[in-house]
Design a protein around this ligand. Structure first.
Ligand SMILES: Cc1ncc(COP(=O)(O)O)c(C=O)c1O
Length: 424
């Protein structure tokens, strides 16, 4: 029997018989702004009926173009420069000297078995993530980096000629995801209220309807704007459009407490709907970009299918051991969040006070800054102070920078450099 999930008052998921699904169409005017929309029942799919629309890996689409889809890795080995242009976790770099993680001990545990394939593939890390998130391990697929995983998911969900919606502005890499399968990208805009960029679910809904999109990719916190899509809005979209697949790229999850425990549970439970794919990574908050470990939480059925695209024989045991250690290191997480919050406030406030610069509020480990033209070329001038930041173009406007947030001492030096340049 089909079932529906609903949230009980104590936050646990309860299962009730499924209600008939009626597609909700009236918008944008009729939507009551932000917040949970209660006029439509939450239709869940706890028992995960198989949906035939997706392409099972291995099935020939006749459209895979492996000569397409190139995306060059940005340079990070700029000697002598502090890299504030790649959104690496520089808090973790600053903490490395005092890190409790003992690589020697971990290497010793795998040294004897270096000749053998990773014991049980990726099962150890899968189990650790599942325990941390309180979901079944069967819902988790791990790949060498979330960027690679996004490729797999897009390959799994989309066919030639179909459309994937992405935010504008967002991470330029998304455009390359559809090229190998000759699918199409369309965009929905973010609004700019002068203090932050904003996801407007009515605009997303309107674009879904107008474009007949098959997949919607939402980046939250969004790169490069740093804003999040509020959870009620995401859940509303996933429930309102059950035939659209939603990829929720949460690469920058963790720097800020975006969810209460109950909300996190609700988000993870909604993956049972079979149209939600939550993508996270060890590269950002966990500070392990070098290990190349990303994972998706989705329905068990989709995870089983996606697993067919995952690395054969698993991923390195040492990498898994380090990731498991970092996942369990709650002290590290707490210190990171605390320091990040302080640095975020400091940098935002300091930049707000500089004439000609508009920083945007962020929930990620980077901050987007708009300027009025007098700061053109700041990225070049900061090189002489030892800082590499990233110039951004938004809606054809080149007057933006994205700056990765680092530890307080580094950020204070950066602000001193900007002040010095302001005085020239
Ligand atoms: C929005 C977003 N998603 C995913 C990634 C990729 O992360 P990973 O290191 O897991 O491949 C990045 C990398 O910068 C990113 O900005």
């Amino acid at each position: 029997m089909k079932t529906q999930t609903a949230q009980s008052t104590n936050g646990t998921a309860v299962i009730t018989p499924e209600q008939p699904v009626t597609r909700h169409t009236p918008f944008p005017e009729s939507l009551p702004g932000y917040g949970i929309v209660s006029h439509r029942p939450f239709v869940g799919r706890i028992n995960e009926p198989v949906r035939p629309a997706k392409r099972i890996p291995g099935e020939k689409s006749g459209a895979l173009r492996l000569d397409q889809g190139g995306y060059a890795s940005p340079l990070s080995d700029l000697k002598g420069l502090t890299p504030l242009h790649l959104n690496e976790n520089l808090f973790a770099a600053a903490k490395a000297a005092t890190d409790r993680l003992s690589l020697a001990d971990m290497l010793e545990t795998v040294r004897q078995n270096l000749h053998s394939y990773p014991n049980s593939g990726v099962k150890h890390l899968q189990d650790a993530i599942a325990a941390e998130l309180d979901v079944t391990a069967e819902k988790i697929v791990i790949a060498p980096g979330s960027a690679a995983l996004l490729r797999d998911i897009v390959l799994y969900l989309l066919k030639k000629g179909e459309t994937m919606l992405v935010p504008a502005p967002s991470w330029s890499f998304y455009n390359s995801l559809v090229e190998p399968i000759e699918a199409q990208i369309d965009t929905f805009p973010l609004l700019n209220d002068g203090y932050s960029f904003v996801y407007d679910r009515r605009l997303i809904a309107a674009k879904i309807e107008a474009s007949r999109a098959k997949v919607v990719l939402i980046c939250s916190p969004n790169n490069p704007t740093g804003n999040v899509l509020p959870l009620p809005d995401f859940l509303w979209l996933a429930r309102t459009y059950p035939h659209v697949d939603f990829i929720f790229d949460e690469a920058y999850y963790g720097f800020h407490d975006n969810y209460t425990a109950v909300q996190e549970k609700e988000l993870l439970a909604c993956t049972n709907r079979r149209n939600v794919f939550i993508v996270r990574t060890f590269s950002k908050f966990y500070g392990l970009a070098n290990l190349r470990l990303g994972f998706v939480i989705c329905s068990e059925t989709d995870a089983r299918n996606l697993q067919k695209l995952a690395p054969v024989f698993g991923l390195p045991s040492l990498d898994q051991a380090i990731a498991i250690h970092r996942l369990a290191d709650k002290k590290f997480h707490a210190e990171m969040q605390l320091e990040f919050a302080e640095v975020n406030t400091y940098v935002y406030t300091a930049l707000r006070q500089i004439p000609g610069l508009i920083p945007y509020q962020t929930r990620a480990n980077f901050i987007l800054v708009q300027h009025d033209g007098r700061w053109a070329g700041l990225e070049d001038r900061l090189l002489t102070f030892g800082f590499k930041i990233k110039r951004e173009t938004i809606k054809g406007d080149h007057r933006y920078f994205r700056i990765t947030l680092a530890d307080m001492a580094t950020m204070q030096k950066l602000m001193a450099a900007i002040h010095q340049l302001a005085g020239r």
